[in-house]
Design a protein around this ligand. Structure first.
Ligand code: ZN
Length: 338
């Protein structure tokens, strides 16, 4: 089956075998570490170890499969589980390589020279060893979940994608990338459920994560894309801070793109939510008038609460979105108020 789904505007969706296997192993290795830390903690307090938790599905592995699978998960636990796929360069390069080789049956080029991904260390052979087990027990379900996720978000992307991308690029005073943004749709991603790496710009989204379902799927897509296209805002914030000798407020830029994506998508989200609920026109106007609820994404902000940022953005950024204030002035007001 083709790993590329489409054609759709703005985004290019992939359900790639190796990238999925990689993220699943990362997830399994993290789960194993968590269990280990938990038992270490309970051993200390003397409460007795917890039952061994596993996120693996019910399908039982044969003894040989289990042994191989454990070896590969152990390798991932030792080499990757404590690293962040968003910032760790080894994980970023590996993920991108696996995406590029999604249509290869192998990664070491033993059968086909063009399928030598040139991966570092032992990770190529490890992934190849895990591949038949993953294919036999999980990949079918994962691939179906990925395709279902894409099929659900596709009508919104087709209908609204171009308009939304133009509006966001306009707001951020930039151009939307000419090439479609590559999205790796995976059963599992990182702990946030989605992340974006730059140069080359690639988005990874977990299709089974409850935070990425329904109309929120569209918001997550445009939020992630904004990590790249909203760079001019980041630069403007830095410039203003430097001029005022202020430290750069850590989450301000991130709060701004969460806020902006939410505002720009709100009409689409409301319509989509109503369609799902089959609401009448009275329900529609009630929904439109309802006070703004914090977006699911807002709980990733750490340094300051979303409430505080939200207030500042409503006061100083919203006027720019409404066309009442210039970009530079809005950023200047925002930075001086933070
Ligand atoms: Zn983000």
């Amino acid at each position: 089956m083709e790993s590329v789904y489409g054609p759709l505007p703005v985004f290019e969706f992939h359900s790639g075998f190796w990238v999925n296997l990689h993220h699943f192993l990362y997830h399994e290795a993290r789960a194993r570490l968590a269990v280990k830390n938990e038992s270490a903690a309970s051993a200390k307090t003397g409460t007795g170890g917890p039952a061994l938790k596993t996120s693996q599905s019910a399908t039982a592995l044969s003894a040989t499969e289990q042994k191989t699978w454990d070896q590969v998960v152990t390798y991932y636990a030792a080499n990757y589980a404590d690293k962040d796929p968003l910032v760790n360069i080894d994980l970023i390069l590996l993920k991108n390589q696996l995406g590029d080789f999604e249509d290869c049956a192998e990664l070491t080029g033993h059968q086909k020279r063009t399928c030598d991904a040139g991966l570092p260390g032992n990770v190529g052979p490890m992934l190849e060893a895990a591949a038949p087990i993953y294919r036999a027990h999980w990949w079918g379900d994962h691939d179906r979940a990925n395709r279902r996720w894409v099929a659900k978000v596709a009508p919104l992307v087709r209908e609204q994608g171009v308009g939304l991308s133009e509006r966001l690029a306009d707001i951020y005073q930039t151009q939307w990338p000419k090439e479609k943004i590559r999205v790796e749709v995976c059963a599992y991603a990182n702990s946030a459920g989605a992340y974006t790496t730059l140069d080359p710009l690639r988005v990874t989204i977990a299709s089974t994560d409850p935070r990425n379902q329904g109309p929120e799927a569209l918001e997550v897509l445009f939020h992630e894309a904004s990590h790249d296209i909203a760079q001019p805002v980041d630069q403007a914030i830095r410039r203003e801070c430097k001029q005022r000798d202020k430290p750069i407020p850590r989450d301000l830029w991130h709060a701004l793109i969460i806020y902006t994506t939410g505002e720009v998508l709100r009409p689409v989200m409301n319509d989509a939510a109503l369609e799902k609920g089959g609401g009448d026109s009275a329900a529609k106007s009630a929904k439109a008038a309802a006070p703004q609820v914090p977006y699911a994404l807002s709980d990733i902000l750490t340094q300051r609460g979303w409430e505080e940022y939200h207030l500042l953005l409503t006061m100083y950024w919203q006027p720019y979105l409404d066309g009442k204030v210039k970009f530079d002035d809005a950023i200047a007001h925002l930075v001086s108020a933070v």
